[in-house]
Design a binder for this molecule. Structure first.
Ligand SMILES: Cc1ncc(C[n+]2csc(CCOP(=O)(O)OP(=O)(O)O)c2C)c(N)n1
Length: 664
């Protein structure tokens, strides 16, 4: 750790951070100045005293990660990234919240160098940070010959809002259980939220709660630099527990009219208050001024980081130079390149005959895990139902991070964010698992994965009313479309075992956004395929699984368990002299990205369309168009054996054929 700096210089640096934040918000005439003003001292100490980073190479795998969970304080982060030497100019700070800038309203990981994760929806940041911390521990465990290769930490700041959100509790409980001592969070205990004082709604003892989670809890004055540094040092020295540093701070610190008021939270100070603040703090400079001594100070920090990075590279090169299993593993984790013939290899393991896609999916996943060491994950206490356990690969647990399986407990929301953190760690392809209906419990994390281009894989079994006796509380109806409605999410619903091989291929190969796998509880038949069938067509998202004999009177689009129903209906229609084509829609989003010629060849213009999917029909109507037919189920489900439900919802081959025949 560096020695304490000259206090005058520290004071100037802290004011610089505060002023940049005020100026950015003022210029944008929008944003949140209060938290950055109150957090400037903490952020300064984090970046200059604790954090190990190389601003010129922000993706150094063993960098310490900084996570601003209260993303609304984004100007704080942008100010620090600029001062620290990241590729973020003063002009970018001047363009805060403007079109095309690298300084959007809330931090976005794929937009700004140095931003580690997208934050703004409160609670997500700290939960994602837990996954990041675990990923570093898991990397360390994989390279025992170089114990310091992955000793990076995750340091973050969370606000009252973060602490109130349930996801932070789920994730922090998991972090404490796992003993993630490389995770250090400040809690900005300023007692203020938008509506007023926190005690309007929040009176618990957060510290005691975190102690109960098995965190090391310290309490400090968040404007006392010595105390901040001491707390960071103690947190760093702590082994076996994550750290929470509860820092009492003043929102809007230094503003004569707004300090400690909720009015400091979400609106610019305004010209008058801004001038009053600068006068009160003795800051007599143009907006966006950075004193040269502050630049120098941060340049020194950057130089230290660069040197650390260089030393780390030597260690890494030594590991690679030795060759052998660790070197090989390093490359396969850092450079995830799935085998070019992944689909073909996965097709080899599919079971013969009828099978539930959750079971075939599990078998295929085993094979994928053997080929791709980066694949790690777990279930929210439904492992035996989800079939997602990686055999002979061990479990990740406190003090033993070499495994590949997680027990997430019944914490779906945190599980989703944790997976995103694992993916952002840069070395793993994470998957999670639960029932499809509970995707609702993790939807915000899925949305952030999509927005942030994170390749998490979300496995959902029990994907329809056919889960049966558990009834409507457990039966997804709107969920497939609710997930498809999130931009950049790929929803993959395989129809049979062979399509499970395609599903996992799509999921593993897709690294720029999340993939949802929807798998059945009940058996589905292995579909017969024509000799002309090209397995790689499955990867195009939709393909002709059963061609019409003669010119088709209609194309039937079906997904998952309804594809075999559509095939049966096609046969029944054929007996009545009506020729239809059956298209399996494995992943509509993938199909939409295929070239127009392919799409037209599968779904020719001018041919009538019908859809068959056991869920809400509304969105399908846009696809089948005027005059089209959408068969599904618009309502909640039923508690009964699945075969009984199937009869009642009219999803047998005969019933579907009858409805298609009258429509045709
Ligand atoms: C999930 C979620 N709900 C609501 C909001 C809107 N929001 C932004 S900040 C905030 C609360 C602000 O209080 P606090 O977290 O204490 O931040 P501070 O006032 O200290 O800046 C709210 C409700 C949000 N960003 N995320």
């Amino acid at each position: 750790m560096p020695n304490a700096l000259d206090s005058q210089l520290v004071d100037t640096a802290v004011k610089t951070i505060q002023m940049l934040s005020i100026d950015g918000v003022e210029k944008a005439n929008s944003g949140h100045p209060g938290a950055p003003m109150g957090l400037a001292s903490i952020a300064f100490e984090v970046f200059t005293h604790a954090l190990r980073f190389d601003p010129e190479q922000p993706s150094w795998p063993n960098r310490d990660r900084f996570v601003l969970s209260c993303g609304h304080a984004s100007m704080l982060l942008y100010s620090l990234l600029h001062l620290s030497g990241y590729d973020l100019t003063l002009d970018e700070l001047r363009s805060f919240r403007q079109w095309g800038s690298r300084t959007p309203g809330h931090p976005e990981v794929h937009v700004t160098p140095g931003v580690e994760t997208t934050t703004g929806p409160l609670g997500q940041g700290i939960a994602t940070a837990v996954g990041m911390a675990a990923s570093l521990k898991m990397l360390a465990a994989r390279f025992p010959s170089e114990p310091e290769l992955f000793d990076g930490r995750v340091i973050g700041i969370a606000s009252d809002g973060d602490m109130m959100e349930g996801i932070s509790g789920e994730a922090s409980s998991l972090a404490g259980h796992l003993g993630l001592d490389n995770l250090i969070f400040f809690y900005d205990d300023n007692g203020i939220t938008i509506d007023g004082k926190t005690d309007l709604a929040f009176t618990e003892d957060v510290g005691k709660r975190y102690e109960a989670y098995n965190w090391f809890v310290q309490r400090i004055d968040g404007h006392d630099h010595e105390a901040i540094r001491a707390a960071l040092d103690a947190a760093t020295a702590e082994v076996s527990r994550p750290s929470l540093i509860i820092a009492k701070t003043h929102i809007g610190k230094g503003s004569p009219g707004k300090q400690d008021k909720s009015s400091a939270h979400g609106e610019p100070l305004g010209a008058k208050e801004s001038a009053a603040t600068k006068a009160a703090l003795g800051w007599d400079h143009e907006p966006f001024h950075v004193p040269s001594e502050v630049r120098e100070l941060f340049a020194g920090v950057a130089a230290r980081g660069k040197a650390r990075h260089a030393a780390w590279k030597q260690r890494r090169d030594a590991l690679l130079g030795r060759g052998g299993a660790e070197a090989e593993l390093y490359s396969s984790l850092m450079d995830v390149i799935p085998p070019a013939d992944l689909l073909e290899r996965l097709c080899e393991v599919i079971p013969p005959g009828d099978q539930a896609t959750r079971i075939s999916g599990g078998l295929v996943q085993q094979a994928a895990a053997a080929l791709v060491p980066a694949l790690v994950g777990g279930s929210a206490d439904l492992t035996p139902s989800n079939k997602t356990w990686i055999k002979d690969a061990g479990v990740v647990q406190k003090g033993a991070f070499g495994g590949r399986n997680f027990h997430f407990g019944i914490r779906e929301h945190a599980m989703g964010a944790f997976a995103n953190g694992l993916a952002l760690g840069g070395a793993f392809i994470p998957y999670t698992a639960t029932f499809l209906v509970f995707s609702d419990y993790m939807r915000p994390a899925i949305r952030l994965a999509a927005l942030s281009h994170i390749g998490s894989v979300f496995v959902y079994t029990h994907d329809s009313l056919y889960l049966g006796e558990d009834g409507p509380t457990h039966q997804p109806v709107e969920h497939l479309w609710a997930l498809r409605a999130i931009p950049n999410v790929h929803v993959v619903r395989p129809a049979d075992s062979l399509e499970c091989a395609a599903a996992w291929t799509l999921a593993v190969e897709r690294r720029d956004g999340p993939t949802v796998l929807a798998l059945t509880r009940q058996n589905v038949p292995l579909l017969p395929r024509p000799t002309s069938f090209v397995p790689r067509d499955m990867l195009r998202g939709a393909y002709i699984v059963d061609e019409a004999e003669g010119s088709p009177a209609a194309v039937i689009l079906a997904t998952g368990s309804e594809v075999s129903v559509a095939v049966d209906a096609k046969r029944a229609l054929g007996e009545r002299g009506r020729a239809v084509r059956v298209v399996s829609v494995l992943c509509w989003e993938q199909f939409a990205k295929e070239d127009a010629a392919y799409r037209d060849s599968v779904l020719p213009a001018g041919v009538k369309r019908a859809s068959v999917e056991l869920g809400i029909t509304g969105p399908w109507r846009g696809i089948v168009g005027d005059g089209g037919l959408a068969l599904g189920h618009d309502g909640f489900g039923f508690s009964a054996p699945w075969q009984v439900i199937r009869e009642h919802v009219g999803m047998t081959g005969e019933a579907v054929a009858a409805r298609l025949a009258s429509w045709l």
